[in-house]
Design a protein around this ligand. Structure first.
Ligand SMILES: [Zn+2]
Length: 139
């Protein structure tokens, strides 16, 4: 096996869209159909208007690094270290924060407020959202 091994998520009714949207190249985040508020992780409940009509919707996949940590600990035998785990603020709604790895970037180049964009890594029927540096001047 040559690809990096990653712990794969459990797919549930509410998380399937997030983990499989990459098949169509889309980052799917649940959104309230009544007031437009994005909800992640999906709970089926809108904290903004208390509505319950939430459905996955494609977002731009662009965001900024709100926080990050470098992991040097090989928690699993096949885990490649070091790697960066980051909290990504979505462009559409900064309080939507996605936990994901930062890739295609030297570890010492990752910084707060760094502009990033999503890409996907397929493992069987799961497309794991990862983020890489985006051009700072993207619209
Ligand atoms: Zn709402």
């Amino acid at each position: 096996m040559t690809t990096a091994k990653r712990p794969l998520p459990m797919l549930t009714t509410s998380t399937t869209a997030y983990w499989t949207g990459g098949a169509a190249g889309a980052l799917l985040i649940h959104r309230c159909q009544d007031c437009g508020y994005y909800i992640h992780p999906p709970t089926g409940f809108c904290p903004s208007c208390e509505g319950r009509s939430c459905a996955p919707q494609a977002v731009s996949g662009r965001g900024k690094v709100a926080s990050f940590t470098v992991n040097h600990q090989p928690w699993e035998a096949d885990l490649e270290v070091p790697y960066v785990m980051a909290l990504i603020e979505l462009e559409e709604q900064p309080d939507v924060r996605i936990v994901a790895n930062i890739v295609n970037c030297a570890i010492d180049q990752v910084h707060f407020d760094m502009a990033v964009q999503v890409l996907f890594e397929q493992h069987d029927d799961v497309w794991i959202p990862l983020f890489e540096p985006a051009p700072e001047d993207s619209p």
